[in-house]
Design a protein around this ligand. Structure first.
Ligand code: ZN
Length: 173
């Protein structure tokens, strides 16, 4: 009871409102979750778009197995991009440059989803039908809205771009 700030109810044997206990527990979980999130550098991209503690809408979408998987990996920052594999072998971030384009940018989630010119064709499909307001957002805002409002399109983009990336690396190595 002290965890949820209801010591008095216990001491004085008062009834407690189940809803307030539940709300208090949710608050504690959410706070804990935010604290944990900020302690994991690997989840830094995740932290920028996942700001509330709740079930993601994409879980409820009827996505293909592979699409759901790449979307989940992307959100958790474990998609096998240069940034991820580079960290695994201990490369410093500045060496984790995208090999798909000549931008010289680090191949992180943002670059992969909304910047890298190598995927322009697939990205045109991703952006087709989106409002001018969305198209005028800056890249991080675009990433946020794609993940929150257009999970299905984004999942398809990620799946196809990863395949394109894999084929390119296969042919050029
Ligand atoms: Zn690139």
């Amino acid at each position: 009871m002290s965890l949820v700030g209801m010591d008095d109810n216990f001491q004085q044997m008062l009834k407690c409102d189940v809803n307030s206990v539940r709300n208090n527990l949710m608050d504690i979980c959410a706070t804990q979750w935010h604290t944990n999130l900020s302690n994991f550098p690997k989840l830094r991209t995740y932290g920028t778009f996942k700001s509330t503690y709740s079930t993601e809408t994409y879980i409820k979408l009827n996505l293909k197995r592979r699409e759901r998987s790449v979307l989940a990996q992307f959100r958790c920052g474990i998609l096998p991009l240069r940034l991820e594999t580079g960290r695994f072998v201990g490369e410093p971030e500045y060496q984790q440059i995208c090999r798909m384009c000549d931008s010289g940018n680090v191949e992180n989630e943002l670059h992969f989803l909304v910047e890298c010119q190598f995927y322009n064709g697939l990205r045109n499909q991703l952006f087709s039908g989106l409002s001018v307001t969305v198209l005028n957002l800056n890249n991080s805002e675009k990433l946020n809205i794609l993940l929150s409002e257009y999970s299905r399109k984004t999942a398809r983009y990620l799946e196809q771009s990863l395949t394109k990336r894999r084929q390119h690396l296969y042919l050029n190595n």
